[in-house]
Design a protein around this ligand. Structure first.
Ligand code: CMP
Length: 393
């Protein structure tokens, strides 16, 4: 039973980690969600022929069936999650059931079961709850995590911006109340009532249903409009820079792990790996593409993460694979590529620009010695082959 649960966990939660059956499971669910939400949206168009409404009902049944099985499976395997501290089956599952994504999963299927049990529910509320199924997609995009992380990282500047907006709102509403409450007691009769005008004006929406009519009130109107642009630009800017920062941090973490896997860099400290990770650029090469051509000017050295490449040497083709590097010889001496290298398969490489490569060698004598040793070995092999070929011809 435990083995089964472990296998199901790998499928249900493994899509994000690239496990192929998990990706197939995710793809199936994403397709069901998209088809189902489209059917829900189109289902509100009453003029459509009855055939379509019949089809939408069938889609609803299939989708709710799929979502119910998904929910039960996720609940069942919840205690396999290595991040869960509470190993007791009931507690682990309860904690999972209370996570935002699990709550969304339940809310998304609730209207269907309430309807089955003949529990009265307002039709427009039912449509709204069913449309919430679109939120299920958050699980597959990682967007939920990302927004949560950005809000957590930027909470202080966001709170400061909220404080500025609140002070501005209170100030503007109080001034509007003072200017208008005698002329328009029905609209600006209290500060909370004036706050509605304050919010609409500060957000620069300006419905126009409330307008100051006294000279002081009129003079006041331009002030919150300008202030509003500033107040709302502030949190928008904080969120935008927060997103960029978080994406950069995630990219950096991925590159750090990739760099740490290259054998040559394993001698470096974590801090040095971090420095190298910030200057290496991941590149993807398609099978059959020439990465460097003999005689070309050199501008970078490459480290192989995955895939295989073929070096055309005088001794015949030499295959380079995961963990190896190439392109160092030209940078260490002549400046021109000594051989042509073609990708045999799709490859993931890390590219290091010439200037960064030289800096790296200067700061890591160990690394320089190792790279020079390998480059010299490669050079010796080529010279040896060059010396041998006329004799053997
Ligand atoms: P570079 O001369 O900059 O560009 C071609 C690269 O092919 C070269 O650096 C080496 O990294 C690599 N190379 C050349 N000869 C060999 C060899 N015999 N074995 C492995 N790699 C080689």
């Amino acid at each position: 039973m435990q083995r089964w649960r472990h296998t199901v966990y790998a499928i249900v939660e493994g899509g994000q980690r690239g496990y192929p059956p998990g990706r197939a499971f995710d793809l199936f669910l994403v397709t069901v969600i998209l088809v189902n939400v489209t059917a829900i949206v189109l289902g509100t168009v009453e003029d459509l022929p009855a055939f379509w409404h019949g089809l939408f009902s069938h889609i609803e049944v299939v989708a709710v069936g799929a979502f119910t099985v998904e929910y039960v499976l996720r609940l069942w395997v919840a205690l396999e999650d290595p991040r869960r501290i509470y190993r007791h089956p009931v507690i682990a599952r309860l904690r999972y059931a209370l996570t935002p994504l699990a709550i969304i999963d339940v809310v998304a299927i609730l209207p269907f079961y309430l309807h089955l049990l003949s529990v009265p529910i307002d039709p427009s509320v039912a449509v709204l709850l069913r449309a919430l199924r679109l939120f299920k997609l958050l699980r597959f995009t990682g967007a939920f995590d990302l927004v949560g992380e950005v809000l957590r990282n930027e909470r202080q500047p966001l709170l400061a911006a909220a404080a500025v907006v609140s002070v501005a709102l209170l100030m503007v509403s109080t001034l509007a109340y003072m200017a208008e409450h005698e002329a328009q007691p029905d609209k600006f009769g209290s500060i909370p009532a004036a706050m509605y005008w304050g919010i609409v004006t500060l957000s620069t929406v300006g419905y126009g249903d409330l307008t100051p009519i006294t000279p002081w009130g009129g003079a006041l109107t331009g002030f919150p409009v300008v202030l509003g642009v500033l107040c709302f630009a502030l949190p928008a800017g904080i969120m935008a820079s927060g997103f960029i920062e978080e994406l950069r941090r995630r990219d950096f973490m991925v590159t750090w792990h990739l760099v740490a896997k290259v054998p040559l860099f394993q001698r470096l400290s974590a801090a040095r790996i971090a420095t190298v990770a910030s200057i290496l650029k991941p590149v993807r090469i398609e099978a059959g593409a020439q990465v460097v051509r003999k005689g070309d000017a050199a501008d970078a050295v490459y480290f192989i993460l995955t895939g295989a490449l073929e070096v055309e040497t005088p001794n015949g083709p030499v295959v380079l694979g995961t963990g190896e590097f190439f392109g160092e010889r030209a940078l260490l001496d002549s400046g021109r590529r000594s051989a042509t290298i073609t990708a045999r398969t799709n490859c993931d490489l890390l590219m290091l620009q010439a200037a960064d490569f030289r800096h790296l060698l200067e700061s890591s004598p160990d690394l320089e010695a190792e790279i020079r040793r390998i480059a010299a070995e490669r050079g010796a092999k080529s010279r040896q082959a060059g010396a041998e070929s006329p004799a053997s011809a």
